[in-house]
Design a protein around this ligand. Structure first.
Ligand code: C5P
Length: 219
């Protein structure tokens, strides 16, 4: 039994990688299975929330009851998030968004020859920082996967993106795995959720998010 502590709340979640086209068959992406984001969506649904899940390319099954919007590129993800965000109470940004897109993608498959091929890459907009910077933003939760200096880099990201809560995890122990170990960083400091299956970690993250959200929105 799960208490319905997010009943009536609208939760928007991004999950999975994004895919930036190089040509008709190739692209640039990040390593991300989408498992953590989908687990968070299930946990939010269990807690009674109305969930919109914006998903990059993944073969995971839609959590029962979620509204799912499939996207490919970071620009698509930004557009889907912008279209949904005005009615959102809580935004949880789990997606591993590609940092760059290809400036000059080819519609046809590029033929290989002996020449050196140069790709021109331009930075993608930061979806989460955009949402957190809105005049009346939803309660924003970010994720950070780091390969070193986890807590320091995580806290820097939280401050730079102006987030009340950031979930930090070690790249080596998180990606593709079925379990995870994370740190929650917020104004109260940091605390560790010990290694557990991603669904259990997701429940704890959603529960903590709801607690902070209610603290921020006390009448
Ligand atoms: O890539 P980075 O480590 O900065 O990601 C931290 C957080 O920002 C994650 O929650 C991720 O979903 C979000 N992000 C985003 N748009 C980007 C890059 C990251 O929403 N272009």
């Amino acid at each position: 039994f799960q208490p319905k502590y997010l009943k009536g709340k609208k939760v928007l979640i991004t999950a999975g990688p994004t895919f930036e086209r190089i040509d008709a068959v190739r692209g640039i992406t990040n390593s991300s299975s989408g498992k953590m984001g989908f687990a968070i969506a299930r946990a939010a649904l269990e807690a009674g929330a109305e969930v919109t899940l914006v998903a990059g390319p993944t073969s995971l099954k839609t959590p029962v009851g979620a509204r799912r919007l499939d996207v490919e590129s970071s620009k698509d993800m930004l557009a889907a998030v912008n279209a949904a965000v005005s009615k959102t109470d809580i935004f949880i940004s789990v997606a591993a968004v590609a940092d760059y897109y290809v400036l000059n993608p080819s519609e046809q498959k590029i033929k290989k020859d002996a020449h050196i091929l140069t790709l021109e890459l331009a930075p993608n907009p930061d979806i989460l920082a955009n949402v957190a910077g809105l005049a009346d933003p939803p309660f924003c939760v970010g994720f950070a996967a780091e390969s070193e200096n986890l807590l320091e880099y995580g806290e820097q990201k939280r401050r730079r993106k102006k987030l009340p809560l950031l979930v930090a995890n070690q790249v080596q122990s998180a990606i593709g795995a079925d379990d995870n170990e994370v740190f929650l960083l917020d104004d109260h400091g940091q605390h560790k959720l010990p290694r557990a299956p991603k669904q259990e970690i997701a429940r704890a993250i959603v529960q903590y998010t709801a607690k902070l959200y209610h603290e921020y929105h006390k009448p």
